[in-house]
Design a protein around this ligand. Structure first.
Ligand code: MSP
Length: 508
């Protein structure tokens, strides 16, 4: 029975432009974790969506000569398509233009107001439309935002949130919840930033209209980040907090984000929540950034990477695996076609694909195309399978730290182990010398492959499904609970396998 809830979120993506590799990255990571927890029968709520308000989007619509609503409806479609082509299994796709979200964001505002956290004044300072972020003069680098984005001077009536009052409570919160921010280096960064002092935050804009109206003041729209962050609550039905959904999922919220939006998530968000009397999320994990062939990815350089093109070239499993395995989650990484091809040829074609093909085609030819009838297991068989049986615990611990690259490594260690076991046991020789032992070895290998198909599924779901088909294992037997059952029945027929990952010979 489902239980033990998990709530995993991606950032909601700005729809000023089509999806790119940065969006694909966080979404794949969140999907891998969501799929992993579902294997254990856990009750998972995986949320993604689009951030559709703000000046950046209003300007993008203007530039295209269409209304903001028409513009966002159009671009949001591409993000839904990205979910499909990457095989994402989100439970809900939120849009900040959804009526229910607008109501929730306004409810959060009203709560902050009721709690005496908002006052009206004038904002005069720098603003980066690209980052949708206010910057202090002292933060600018050569007249630009630290991100390199242009800033403009803004002077307008604005509502402010009393962020400065939350310095001490936030520092206390970080120290009492040392796992709130990962990786650890990011926690240190955030603590240093907050220790440096917090200024009150402008939370409304009054010089344009494309946003959530501030309750009770039609001249202001909510600052897009307050609106956007509220999505994590509105997806659970906030302000109705009296539902099982809200009560189950909110306390276990894990937000996956890129390192560039750490301040918004690790400082502003918990401050808003504490100020509204709501417990902050359980965990925030910031991943690194991808460069392309060693250079920063940017539209002006023309080296952006289109996830749709990538999937068309390589298939979604290869893209997913490469991005998850190549770079330690939390660190920066470099994307190149050559690296993707090398990594996936080696791990997916040579190691994983070859193992499956070797064993199952041997069974087709030399074991009557049916699940082998094993004899007595030897100690070496038990020792070999032990490593596979330990995977649930090993992987769960890594998943709790969002160490997705290590989860892949742990599964692929077992792939290598299985390839070594074949070389050592030599079923092709046993065929003549000891056919019963051959059947045992093949059965043990099929058990190993069954475990691998379960635990590789979160990262390469398509290939795993094919392997399950070759093993003749039905859909409801592809989870962790089934691993302790005798799912492979000796004597049952097996279809002819086909290569799951043909090698890619050259850069396409
Ligand atoms: N709308 C905000 C998030 C609001 S969440 C309440 C936003 N959107 S975004 O579309 O600009 O960025 C979404 C994510 O893409 C961020 O986590 C960001 O780190 C990530 N990436 C953008 N470019 C990237 C790379 N080159 N590499 C890795 N991730 C990067 O911010």
């Amino acid at each position: 029975m489902a239980g033990n809830p998990c709530y995993i979120t991606t950032p909601i993506y700005y729809v000023n432009d089509v999806p790119h590799i940065g969006h694909a990255y966080t979404s794949i990571a969140a999907d891998v974790l969501a799929r992993f927890y579902r294997l254990f029968g856990r009750d998972v709520f995986f949320l993604t969506g689009t951030d559709e308000h703000g000046q950046k989007i209003e300007r993008a619509a203007e530039k295209k000569g269409v209304s903001p609503q028409q513009f966002v409806d159009d671009v949001a479609k591409h993000f839904r398509e990205m979910s499909q082509i990457l095989n994402l299994s989100e439970d809900y796709f939120i849009r900040t233009t959804d009526e229910s979200h607008i109501k929730a964001a306004q409810a959060l505002w009203s709560k902050l107001d009721e709690n005496g956290q908002i006052y009206q004044a004038t904002y005069a300072g720098w603003y980066s439309v690209r980052d949708e972020t206010f910057f202090a003069e002292s933060e600018l680098i050569e007249g630009k935002a630290p991100t390199g984005a242009e800033v403009e001077w803004v002077e307008e009536p604005s509502y402010f949130f009393k962020l400065s009052e939350w310095q001490e409570p936030l520092l206390r919160f970080y120290s009492e919840n040392p796992d709130f921010i990962g990786p650890k280096t990011r926690l240190n960064e955030v603590v240093r930033f907050v220790e440096g002092g917090l200024r009150d935050l402008s939370i409304s804009r009054s010089t344009f209209n494309w946003g959530v109206p501030v309750p009770g003041d039609k001249d202001h729209v909510m600052y897009v980040w307050l609106d956007a962050l509220a999505n994590y609550l509105s997806a659970l039905g906030y302000p109705d907090t009296n539902t099982a959904k809200y009560k189950d999922f909110w306390p276990v919220a894990t937000h996956l984000i890129g390192k560039d939006i750490l301040r918004h998530h690790a400082v502003y968000w918990p401050a808003f929540l504490l100020a509204a009397g709501i417990e902050p999320a359980k965990r925030i994990f910031a991943h690194g950034w991808w460069t392309k062939d060693g250079s920063k990815i940017s539209k002006s350089v023309g080296n952006t990477i289109d996830p749709f093109e990538l999937v068309q070239k390589y298939g979604s499993d290869r893209v997913r695996y490469f991005m998850m395995r190549e770079v330690p989650f939390g660190q920066d990484g470099d994307f190149s076609d050559a690296a993707l091809i090398n990594r996936t040829n080696s791990d997916l074609a040579n190691d994983f694909g070859n193992l499956v093909q070797r064993v199952l085609s041997f069974v087709q030819k030399h074991a009557q195309a049916q699940v082998p009838q094993p004899g007595v297991f030897q100690d070496s068989d038990q020792a070999f399978l032990k490593k596979f049986k330990e995977l649930p615990d090993v992987l769960t611990e890594l998943a709790e730290q969002q160490a997705i690259h290590k989860m892949c490594a742990a599964v692929w260690d077992c792939v290598s182990e299985a390839n070594r076991y074949i070389d050592h046991e030599q079923p092709w020789s046993l065929r003549k010398t000891d056919p019963i032992r051959m059947q045992t070895v093949l059965f043990v290998l099929m058990e190993a492959i069954r475990h691998l198909a379960v635990f590789a599924a979160p990262v390469i779901p398509e290939a795993s499904d094919r392997v399950f088909e070759f093993l003749n294992i039905s859909e409801e037997k592809r989870d962790v609970a089934s691993l302790s059952q005798d799912v492979l029945v000796p004597g049952s027929p097996l279809p002819a396998p086909e290569p799951v990952f043909p090698r890619i010979e050259k850069v396409v």
